[in-house]
Design a protein around this ligand. Structure first.
Ligand SMILES: [Zn+2]
Length: 185
């Protein structure tokens, strides 16, 4: 079994979220690779999109921490991550008052801040990294990336046009992702 097959063997897919079936005591799912332990949702994002640009977080559209479904995940900044967590934290407190003490542990509430070596996962296994539209769920294509790079449209306008987050547009423009696309201007 390849590492990626092993990853998917631990995921329970449904028509909605695809749940990581493990790490029962943890808020997020964790997957053990050859050399390190990575947050399952971050691993999933990297399988589908390539390396997570430095400083960015992988957030959930669905608010389900253990979901690893690629189209439920998006890139955000650390600030967006914190705002997202705060918003969910308020919701969670209302729903399960007093039962989330464990979540206050920094490692659980801020897994993105913990250096687990998973930032290097993609670097360690470049052969496993798909590039751009080889990935079925990728919302960006080579053509769109070229357009993003050459366009003078504002970040939020172009993000809306392609239905992706501003962070993703920013990462493209900073040449952190889709680095293989060249622009001839
Ligand atoms: Zn989900």
């Amino acid at each position: 079994m390849t590492m990626i097959e092993r990853f998917w063997s631990k995921v329970k897919k449904s028509p909605g979220c695809w749940m990581w079936d493990g790490s029962p005591s943890k808020r997020y799912g964790y997957f053990r690779t050859n050399r390190t332990r990575v947050a399952a949702h971050r691993f999933s994002w990297e399988i589908h999109n390539g390396e997570i640009p430095p400083g960015l977080c992988v957030l959930h559209r669905c608010d389900v921490a253990k979901c690893v479904r690629p189209d439920h995940l998006f890139l955000g900044s650390q600030l967006e991550n914190i705002a997202d967590r705060d918003r969910k934290g308020r919701t969670a407190r209302g729903e399960k008052l007093g039962h989330n003490r464990g979540d206050r542990n920094g490692t659980h509430t801020m897994p993105e801040r913990v250096a687990r070596g998973d930032r290097n996962w993609a670097k360690a296994h470049p052969e496993l990294m798909p590039r751009g539209e080889q990935v079925k769920t990728a919302k960006l294509t080579r053509e769109r990336v070229a357009e993003i790079l050459s366009s003078s449209m504002r970040q939020d306008d172009i993000a809306r046009k392609f239905g992706v987050s501003q962070s993703l547009i920013s990462a493209v423009r900073l040449r952190q992702i889709w680095k293989h696309v060249e622009v001839h201007s």
